[in-house]
Ligand binder design. Structure first.
Ligand code: HEC
Length: 203
């Protein structure tokens, strides 16, 4: 009697184990969600988008709404005039922009911090185009800031390229504010060209 009860409970345990293991994640299968509402709230989350639950109210099924056309982010009104169309014409027109910020030590220092965080993997510590992913052979080398090409690139075009991207280089307009980009341009001027080594950068 005691034996058969033992065998029975062994079977029950084995059954439970095999049931549980069939729910576990593996490969493409993310496993079974026991309490899906803990992961997928009932409310629309502005910063999350579930592919299988499109928003039924907003355009394009998106939870986040696009900003109204012509909207300027808070604190950036002074920089709205630097918006140009993303085209060859826009790039050429950007040459007329002058860096609106003073080349103060504080601005250059912040530009350097932002450069170190965002740009060194490709452009390298000193802007020579020898960053870590370039050295590892994963990305073609960008032009050195010490080259004639970059020395003669106007500040405005640098601003434009950093904001909207250029060929293989991605756009930083969503990562850096226009103000931050101008600070980075000041910093680049202290490692590139006639202002090299000076703490008082561009014109
Ligand atoms: C993934 C690699 C990569 C990263 C990261 C990167 N760049 Fe570049 N950058 C490039 C390449 C490649 C070019 C050359 C683009 C071309 O002219 O074809 C370039 C070009 C440039 C130019 C010259 C633009 C012009 O108008 O000729 C500037 C200035 C520049 N980068 C600044 C930056 C700054 C500032 C950052 C960080 C905010 C940055 N880059 C991040 C790869 C990168």
């Amino acid at each position: 009697m005691a034996n058969s009860r033992l065998i029975l409970s062994a079977f029950v345990l084995m059954g439970a184990a095999s049931l549980l293991s069939s729910c576990s994640a593996g490969g493409e299968n993310p496993g079974y969600e026991f309490a899906p509402n803990m992961y997928h709230g009932f409310g629309y989350e502005p910063l999350a988008q579930l592919a299988d639950e499109p928003n039924k109210i907003n355009p394009h099924g998106m939870n986040m709404r696009e900003p109204v056309k012509g909207t300027v982010a808070r604190g950036q009104a002074d920089f709205a005039k630097y918006a140009l169309p993303v085209s060859n014409e826009g790039y050429e027109a950007s040459a007329a922009f002058r860096n609106p910020l003073p080349a103060s030590a504080a601005n250059i220092a912040e530009g350097q911090t932002l450069y170190n965080i965002n740009c060194t993997p490709c452009h390298g510590d000193k802007g020579l185009g020898d960053g870590t992913i370039v050295a590892a052979g994963k990305f073609p080398p960008p032009p050195s800031y010490d080259s004639d090409r970059i020395k003669t690139t106007p500040d405005g075009k640098m601003f434009y390229s950093i904001r909207y991207g250029k060929n293989l280089m991605g756009a930083y307009g969503t990562t850096l504010t226009p103000e931050q980009i101008w600070k980075v341009v000041h910093y680049i001027r202290t490692v590139s060209g006639p202002y090299k080594g000076t703490a008082t950068a561009s014109k």
